[in-house]
Design a protein around this ligand. Sequence first.
Ligand SMILES: [Zn+2]
Length: 785
Amino acid sequence: MPPNEQTPLIQTVLISPPRPRYTHSTIRRFCTIALGTTLVVIVILFLIPGRWLPGNRSESEWAPLRHPWSSWPERAQFSYDDLRKVLLDTPNEEKARQWSQYYTAGPHLAGKNLSQAIWTREKWQEFGVQSSIVDYDIYINYPVGHRLALLEKKSKSKTESAEEEQEDVIGMMKYKVKYECSLEEDVLDEDPTSGLDNRIPTFHGYSASGNATAQYVYVNFGTYEDYEDLVRANISLKGNIALVKYGKIFRGLKVKRAQELGMVGVVIYTDPQEDGEMTEENGYKTYPNGPARNPSSVQRGSTQFLSVAPGDPTTPGYPSKPGVPRQDPHHSIPSIPSLPISYKDALPLLKALNGHGPKASDFNKYWQGGGLGYKGVQYNIGPSPSGLVLNLVNEQEYITTPLWNVIGIINGTLQDEVIVLGNHRDAWIAGGAGDPNSGSACLNEVIRSFGEALKQGWKPLRTIVFASWDGEEYGLIGSTEWVEEYIPWLSKSAVAYLNLDAGTRGPNFDAAASPLLNKALYEATSLIQSPNQTIPGQTVRDLWDGHIRTMGSGSDFTAFQDFAGIPSLDMGFASGPDSPVYHYHSNYDSFAWMDKFGDVGWHYHVAITKVWAVLAAALVETPIIALNATDYATGLDTYLHSVKKLSTTAFPSVADSPILDSLESAIARLYNASITFDAKAADLADIINSGVPWWRWWRKAQLYYQVRQVNDRYKYLERNFLHKEGLDGRSWFKHVVFAPGLWTGYAGATFPGLVEAVDRKDREGVERWSKIIEKNIDDATESLK
Ligand SMILES: [Zn+2]
């Protein structure tokens, strides 16, 4: 019947069972499943490192895919314990002394030490570490000439009488030379490098050439507050020369403020007030006959405005490669001349101020305590009378010239987790046995030790980079340019930077660090025996009060910590108030001084070498990176309290405002997240340490990814504190927690943006910076979740 309107739309039609589309369909299906499964199994097996399986330790070309610490710690041919043993057994006093003797035998000023760079590279290669020289073209000054003289205007009657008097004509004026500063350090028979023909003159790095004749004023330490005190006391500064003591703050900032106040030159001298108990006044003989300061010693040094920007002042923020555009450097170097002098040369200048102007002792507590009272100095402020002037001549040659970093590398299984160890090589003088070459001697010993471990079959988990920086002294140039060049790679890979500048100057352990590294430092120092064994068995940690300073500036960690957000540490054995006076940046920071006074027996060199090596090993080898987030949160809380305290006096309306309260809760959130995160990391470490049997390979794979995730979070935690735009007025500094104090330079300022806004009494700035910091802290908290 044909369909009509009654025909149902859906009808059941009977059909025969479907015919297979292909013949042998069952076999086909079986084959598809079998092949698919095989493929999956192959892929999985391919990802499972062969080394997990017992008896199979062959090298695989897929090394990065292996569970890198599957055999750590107990099953490896060369365990973590073996490594630590090599690092503790290898360094020795004789070698440290030998390296020190090499570096301190002749001048090695920045950009003038190529032979030492080549020697260093060759030594490291001999130790088994692949090394190369990385150079930059930097803008720098070298001394040409200088003069400092105390002049007295000639009265007519005198001109006729005294024929033998030394006379000076400056402009239209005739002067009698009352005192010509030697500007030289004494040549000592006991200290051979003090008498080298090619010894380096006394001068300041990045100081301006100039010839100034003017009255002068004693400005104490030349801190911002000291100058403020003088302005308040109506002391005339403009047009005069500042006579200032070394100490308290970075020397360049003494010059910066003098320049801002219209002064025309700066003379900086070392007052024995800085020498603690070890003074001639207290009956100690002076070097080389005793531990007190040699009166002719002069502290050279850079007058760069370190807290504005370190590195080559003509290339802020980018590497000084040949041909790059260059900026005017004067945003971060002075335009008035300055000279460093000894207290022997300062005495006649200070005494000539006796009776002129108010006395320092009439000022506040920061002005008390000059150390030359016993020599007849009354510490009058001046200005010197109009007939009594200083003639300051500073002649510098400015050139653009290469400098040389030596970079060594030990590739680890993980190439995106990198620990950098660095020390600078350049010094202001022929010697530099303390600063920096005690550190250089130790760096060689650290590398020799790691090289020994490599020879014995050690395969590092993470990658280690060693750096011998050039140009630190002028303004952290070598390290800053290197970080600026490699910032993309460092941001991705760097776990920590460990700096050793003057590794040994005395017996007192001292350290500054990002709080992430506190725990690792306490552990490393607890493992090393102190050279002081008055109580047998005591460790470096036992003799150290445990105080870890905050990161400021003044050495090569600055670009790592403050520009790149890489957790950094700086340490060394420093001199104390009752140890022989360390002649900082003077000819007497020499091998002879170190051998006889600084580190008799060279044991402190070896101790700091071991601390450095063992600390690096912990960061390189432990499966979970040895950083601690909780310490960071605790640190932030402490810093915030100091901001609150500061506000209470400086800017009371801010001290208990809701702005700081919301910062406090952000820190509390970070603290909670950190505790949870550190605990999770510790659990993972426990699982790894107790071992997962090979047949639970899927658990191992899972563990591997968990560990990688935890380590990435540790690695990037500090990066969250970078603020792209940088600090107000000094945009090179990107870290919102750490920066050198704007007016201290060396000492660390915490929450610098916020603190400076409080100091300026800038309500808007306080609010803006609180919000920026809060956002950074919240990002850090988020990153741990
Ligand atoms: Zn140094």
